[in-house]
Design a protein around this ligand. Structure first.
Ligand SMILES: [Zn+2]
Length: 143
């Protein structure tokens, strides 16, 4: 009996050992940009790189959001520094993302937001216009 216990222990260690490096690698890649945000929270963030996305800006004005104003497609009220619009086929609603060091939540969509494109919410049209179109590395925050 004792012998069989030892073998089971070795197998378990081998499985855990194989599973760990993948998540550890994701941590290391994102470590520099995660440091600032991680200091706000007690737990370290695990960031999964999603690649480079085109980011644009939008606001509650009629030209950006039509009659919807701040009302997002998920029912949440859009807030600057928090809300981004995504293509839900690429990024699921509710996902927390790190974009340019800011933690955002995917809670809106837009007619022009398709594929690797994220629309970032701003309070004013001037700010959204100044954002222009920028390429940014996007990370999924594992939760
Ligand atoms: Zn606008």
């Amino acid at each position: 009996m004792k012998c069989r216990h030892v073998i089971a222990g070795i197998v378990l260690t081998a499985i855990l050992g194989a599973a760990l490096p993948a998540s550890a690698a994701a941590d290391e890649i994102a470590a520099p940009s995660a440091a600032a945000a991680a200091s706000q929270a007690d737990e370290p963030l695990t960031l999964i790189p999603l690649g480079v996305f085109t980011t644009t800006g939008y606001c509650p004005c009629g030209s950006c959001s039509g009659r919807w104003g701040r009302l997002t497609s998920t029912g949440a009220l859009a807030a600057a520094g928090h809300t981004v619009a995504v293509d839900p086929r690429v990024i699921p609603y509710g996902a927390r993302l790190m974009i340019n060091g800011v933690i955002c939540t995917a809670e809106d969509r837009g007619g022009g937001v398709r594929g690797n494109h994220i629309d970032i919410f701003y309070d004013t049209h001037e700010e959204s216009r100044l954002h222009g179109a920028q390429a940014a590395e996007v990370y999924l925050i594992q939760q």
